[in-house]
Design a protein around this ligand. Sequence first.
Ligand code: RP5
Length: 170
Amino acid sequence: MTNTANTKQQPLVGIIMGSQSDWPVLEHAAKTLAGFGIAHEARVISAHRTPHAAFEYATSAESRGLKCLIAGAGMAAHLAGVLAGLTPLPVLGVPMESPQLKGLDSLLSTVQMPGGVPVATFAIGKAGAVNAAVFAASMLALGDARVKQALADFRAEQTRKVLETKLDQG
Ligand code: RP5
């Protein structure tokens, strides 16, 4: 996976990840957005390995019609912060689990932004990817009745599933 868009519609959310190795996690953000019917695109862009591409993407994101960015990276995870420094759009950071420090490195380097350059930082890994997408939907729902209804349906379904859970107690 390098560059994808889920529909021919104008993408509203950009999903950026530092490496193709992050895609199995960020794919959950893409699937969650798709479930809400939110057009999005996904790109591999690294703050360290492709800094010029990161600059280009962030500085053109707003004018291309994107409304927010979900940025996932691991280890010295500077991607979300670099994007946040270059675009006025909300940046939602998803720390990737890393082999050595289990994502604590990614979490701290994503969340510990200096004052004035916010990155809304989510949980490490899959839960963070899903929640970043749900949060993006919440923001878009403020101005889009269709997304608002899709979000309400999602939450109702989630509640129903938990309440209807039957435990096999032997
Ligand atoms: C980060 O380094 C990426 O976001 C990834 O989580 C981590 C390892 O990247 P690879 O060596 O797997 O490409 O930049």
